[in-house]
Design a binder for this molecule. Structure first.
Ligand SMILES: *[C@@H]1O[C@H](CO)[C@@H](O)[C@H](O)[C@H]1NC(C)=O
Ligand SMILES: *[C@@H]1O[C@H](CO)[C@@H](O)[C@H](O)[C@H]1NC(C)=O
Length: 349
């Protein structure tokens, strides 16, 4: 009898400790605690229950959409920071990350396993990770015949070109906001149909928002295929967006100051909204500033990762601008980088 009591007491103690551990250490030590979360969640996994599809998650046309068109499954810190910062800035909107390397999700178990790969992101209830299946996404768009014909092995900019196409097809189908994975969100974008000027007369395709079935997406996909030239970097990207705006929506007028301008039914946002630090000076992100800019006129910051061929990274404690930005806008990613720095493992870079 006393043996049974002992066992019960030990069990209760274990449960109580587990609970305390969860409550007490949780916000400060998210990375260590997350496996505990999972094991406690495991009994509720119902492998036969229906998994949510992108269509269901994005049906309100208000999703934030990120994509990864390589097979890479260990996203660099900047990618995690982009998604995490969006998850924080848009707590009431779904934040979706489509990854080419992710295995198919057919059950709740697959869904949970997918999220477990990214402990930081799984903390946010509004983050959804989906496999990116190109043919499915291109289906019923002008891009499908092109996609079936093109030979990725012969394309020199395939990762970029496929990513340029996918974002258009996704926004055509679901609407919402597309963002590159080198954009740190700092405040919500209160706009539906917008394109972002990266300089006065050039549209970016790194961040844009459209309602579902917007003519801009369709016309861009048509032009993408008709005038396809995979050898020219950006021809299906910023050059395409700029061309379609000028051809069908307005003659891009440029800016007087920090105002946005209407271009047909699309708002063309001032470069300062997303590019307060212009492309040619992107290294400023990795420098220490005397006075930290407030970025009061910006919604998000584009870090120009494609230009970063020297692979500058965020170094915790360096006091660089990115150090400060990560700390403020993607604290869990920051914690992960800090932890990897303190306990480098063989397979962490
Ligand atoms: C699992 O989910 C399915 C479908 O939602 C439901 O019919 C079934 O009863 C659930 N099983 C358990 C053990 O909860
Ligand atoms: C930015 O906004 C904050 C808060 O509204 C304000 O205190 C600060 O003075 C602003 N900075 C600039 C440079 O406008």
């Amino acid at each position: 009898m006393s043996k049974i009591l002992q066992v019960v007491a030990i069990l209760m103690l274990a449960v109580a400790c587990g609970f305390l551990y969860k409550v007490t250490f949780y916000p400060h030590n998210a990375f260590r605690i997350i496996p505990f979360f999972y094991s406690s969640d495991e009994p509720t996994i119902n492998a036969t229950s229906k998994t949510l599809t992108p269509k269901e998650i994005l049906q309100n046309g208000n999703g934030i959409i990120f994509i990864e068109t390589t097979n890479r499954m260990e996203p660099p810190a900047l990618v995690l920071c982009a998604v995490e910062s969006a998850a924080r800035v848009y707590p009431d909107r779904p934040v979706t990350f489509f990854m080419k390397g992710l295995p198919d999700i057919n059950s709740k178990e697959d869904e949970i396993r997918a999220k477990q790969r990214f402990p930081i992101l799984s903390f946010y209830d509004n983050v959804y990770i989906f496999p990116l299946r190109m043919e499915e996404i291109y289906n019923n768009t002008p891009l499908l015949p092109w996609y079936k014909k093109v030979n990725p092995d012969k394309e020199i900019h395939w990762i970029h070109v496929s990513s340029d196409g996918i974002r258009l097809a996704l926004l055509w189908k679901f609407g919402g906001i597309y963002m590159d994975t080198d954009i740190i969100s700092i405040r919500p974008i209160p706009l539906k149909n917008f394109l972002a000027a990266e300089s006065a007369l050039v549209s970016s395709n790194g961040v844009f928002g459209l309602c579902p079935s917007h003519a801009f997406a369709w016309k861009s996909m048509e032009d993408f295929v008709q005038n396809y030239n995979g050898a020219i970097w950006g021809h299906q990207g910023p050059a395409l967006f700029t061309r379609i705006l000028n051809k069908f929506f307005c003659t891009i007028p440029g800016f007087q100051s920090t105002e946005d301008v209407m271009c047909g039914n699309i708002l063309f946002t001032n470069p300062v909204r997303f590019y307060p630090i212009p492309g040619p000076t992107w290294r400023r992100f990795y420098e220490v500033w005397d006075h930290l800019p407030a970025f009061n006129d910006s919604y998000a910051l584009h870090l120009f990762n494609y230009a970063n061929t020297e692979h500058f990274t965020m170094v915790p404690g360096s006091n660089s601008l990115v150090d400060r930005l990560y700390k403020q806008y993607c604290p869990f990613t920051y914690g992960l980088v800090l932890k990897k720095q303190s306990f480098p493992s063989k397979n962490s870079r």
